[in-house]
Design a protein around this ligand. Structure first.
Ligand code: SAH
Length: 269
């Protein structure tokens, strides 16, 4: 190792004094500059180590998605093949701000514009699985945000309607979904508390913001035999994920599916 340093050092000095002895010398010169910097100087070495890419940057998005599904979603008990496939297909990194793309597949929620957030992958998968979607399902989402959850729904269902109260978010989600080829998703700006009466009834309804009760218009717009999921509880703290089923006689039953933390459902548009 020390002879390499000496050779490298010499090569570097020759290079500095402007002496170049053909291609071999040139290669040595380069090796020398790198080796001298790396082996003899702790400070540049530290800088070099810090600028080394994190593991996410070595792996492509498809590989990261496979890993996300195996480690965060399957490992926690999600079994519905259609949900697992959807999570593996939708390019989550396309739905987060540019500077957060490298962390898009990590096990946490991600901040998007206007103080809102895109849920942790596992929570997206869990809520989707609870809806028990079929290929012919018509789904309503309240809280489009980035459009990521809508894309996951669209991978499985026939038609998705999604309402977002912040016009800029609705517009950018609409463009993004169109660009990615999700043509059977309709996004509109409005107060999702009121649902989407013109498109009702729905086989499934998903509310991706928390409130202290399930909006009555949503219960009315749910088909008999349909399912609704929503985080219910104090908007300043954790909520409980509620699964509501409407049977064929129109009777409602409620099941609690664990604790979650969502941004609040706000009234008005
Ligand atoms: N599902 C989204 C994340 C939702 S964040 C995704 O996959 O990215 C919750 C969203 O609900 C926010 O964008 C917020 O603006 C929206 N929201 C809050 N109250 C609403 C309401 N009354 N009607 C429609 N959208 C609402």
């Amino acid at each position: 190792m020390s002879s390499l340093v000496v050779v490298a050092h010499m090569a570097s000095r020759f290079a500095l004094s402007g002496l170049v002895f053909g291609p071999i010398m040139e290669v040595m010169q380069r090796m020398g500059q790198i080796a001298v910097v790396v082996l003899m100087s702790p400070l540049p070495f530290a800088a070099f180590a810090c600028s080394m890419p994190r593991p996410e940057e070595y792996l492509g998005p498809a590989t990261l998605r496979k890993r996300m599904v195996a480690e965060q979603i399957k490992a926690r008990g999600i079994r519905d093949e259609r949900v697992l496939r959807a999570m593996e297909r939708v390019p989550r990194h396309e739905f987060v701000p540019d500077h957060l793309q490298t962390v898009a597949y990590r096990d946490h929620a991600i901040a998007i514009d206007h103080g809102q957030s895109i849920s942790q992958p596992y929570v997206v998968a869990l809520m989707t699985e609870l809806l028990e979607l079929k290929p012919n399902s018509v789904v309503l989402e309240v809280g489009t945000g980035s459009g990521y959850q809508a894309a996951i729904l669209a991978e499985i269902a026939a038609r998705v309607f999604s309402v977002e109260r912040i016009p800029q978010l609705a517009d950018s989600a609409r463009c993004r979904l169109e660009r990615l080829g999700y043509r059977h998703v309709s996004v509109r700006t409005g107060d999702g508390y009121e649902g989407w009466p013109e498109a009702a009834p729905f086989d499934a309804i998903i509310v991706t913001c928390g409130g202290d009760h399930v909006p009555e218009p949503l219960l009315q717009q749910l088909k008999p035999g349909g399912t609704l999921v929503m985080p219910v509880g104090p908007t300043t703290d954790c909520q409980t994920l509620w699964l509501i089923e409407k049977d064929h006689k129109g009777r409602l039953s409620k099941h609690k599916k664990g604790n979650v933390r969502f941004v609040p459902l706000r009234r008005g548009d």
